[in-house]
Write a protein of this length. Structure first.
Length: 162
């Protein structure tokens, strides 16, 4: 993991955003790889807020705030490295896993419902805020939003791992 992503995931870059693009979902990966971190399934970029939001919209044609709004009410599992996730519509994610609190391994294969892989992830960090309470009192919080290849959008938030 490169230093920028590591710092972002630790909550140390609250003015920046993280963008992940799966290689199967975005054209121009060679160009993105020159300015980002190549990972097994795509490219990760950590960019200053407005620059990152604009880059995200240019790459996938989706406004990141629109993505966030559509994903907020649909909790899913996003890899805490922000390079994939488990779609809530995936047949592999059984209700038993959800109710027990166990985390499934992210999947990128097909099932009877079609492909389930995160086409892209948009994430930002919010600094600790004890006045708000809950999760925000425990530390910096990572907010992550994803769109699955099946079209489902989902989100997850967690306390940054310092």
């Amino acid at each position: 993991m490169d230093e920028k992503r590591e710092q972002f995931l630790a909550g140390e870059r609250p003015d920046e955003v993280l963008l992940y693009f799966d290689e199967r979902a975005v054209s121009g990966m060679d160009r993105l790889a020159k300015v980002g971190e190549s990972v097994d399934t795509g490219v990760v970029l950590v960019r200053p807020g407005e620059e990152g939001r604009s880059a995200f919209q240019r790459a996938v044609g989706v406004d990141p705030m629109t993505l966030a709004q559509s994903a907020m009410g649909n909790e899913g599992e996003i890899d805490h490295g922000c390079t994939g996730g488990v779609c809530p519509e995936s047949a592999e994610r059984s209700s038993a896993d959800v109710s027990s609190g166990e985390r499934s391994e992210p999947r990128d294969d097909a099932d009877e419902d079609g492909d389930h892989f995160a086409r892209f992830v948009f994430a930002f960090a919010e600094e600790q805020n004890e006045d708000v309470g809950g999760l925000y009192a425990d530390g910096d919080v990572i907010h992550a939003y994803a769109r699955c290849d099946c079209g489902t959008t989902y989100s997850e938030k967690w306390v940054a791992e310092a």
